[in-house]
Design a protein around this ligand. Structure first.
Ligand code: CTP
Ligand code: MG
Length: 193
């Protein structure tokens, strides 16, 4: 196991980046007025046992834009892979450093998995009586991580690297708290949470 913590974080973020992008795209796309007509709910407004299957917070627009954005990021990553590797080797003076390979197929699966995980979480939230937008701490922050690793594993089991999975599970809620706090400092948000 690699004990260099900064390098482990960089490698983990590089791997999971398409899922991060896929996860943060839908909420931003939902603010674009021109795309409102594509905001049909994925569950088509249907209920099961008196409660919505997924709810109005899961739209086709979000699904498509998230998968597209994450896949494009993966394409960019795969083209700059060797340059970034070289850059990391230069600044660290360590020629043995490697970055996980990114491919369009992997980025697509990570992105689709991220949005699938997010949908599963909404399904669970509706079943347990939580309304759209109600907070479910940790589930809200990690649903997409589980989905992304699961879909990557479906593509090829080697992608489920437990060490990397652990790093992502630990840093993702921390990044979430940190970015919310920064957004609060920059007055983009009313509350620091
Ligand atoms: N969003 C979307 N389509 C998706 C996922 C998210 O359009 N597949 C948009 C919605 O506008 C949603 C917002 O991003 O309200 C924030 O996403 P999220 O927090 O996942 O949804 P919630 O509204 O909180 O709903 P839920 O309680 O089901 O998680
Ligand atoms: Mg939410």
């Amino acid at each position: 196991m690699n004990i260099n913590i900064e390098l482990r974080i960089i490698q983990a973020v590089w791997f999971i980046l398409p899922a991060y992008i896929a996860n943060l795209t839908p909420v931003n796309v939902s603010r674009i007025k021109e795309l409102e007509k594509y905001g049909k709910p994925i569950d088509f407004g249907k209920s099961w046992g008196g409660v919505r299957i997924l709810g109005d917070g899961k739209t086709w627009r979000g699904l498509f834009s998230g998968v597209a954005a994450g896949t494009i990021i993966g394409l960019i990553q795969s083209t700059i892979h060797s340059d970034i590797t070289e850059f990391l080797r230069d600044i660290s003076n360590d020629a043995s450093i490697i970055l996980p390979r990114m491919s369009v197929e992997l980025a697509f699966m990570l992105s689709l998995g991220a949005l699938f995980g997010d949908m599963v979480a909404s399904f669970v939230k509706r079943r347990t009586g939580l309304k759209r937008g109600d907070p479910a701490p940790l589930l809200d922050q990690l649903d997409f991580v589980f989905g992304a690793f699961f879909f990557a594993w479906l593509l090829n089991p080697v992608y489920l690297d437990y060490d990397r999975f652990f790093v992502v599970v630990v840093i993702t809620p921390m990044i979430h708290v940190l970015t919310n706090f920064l957004a609060y400092l920059w007055k983009l948000k009313k509350h620091p949470w």
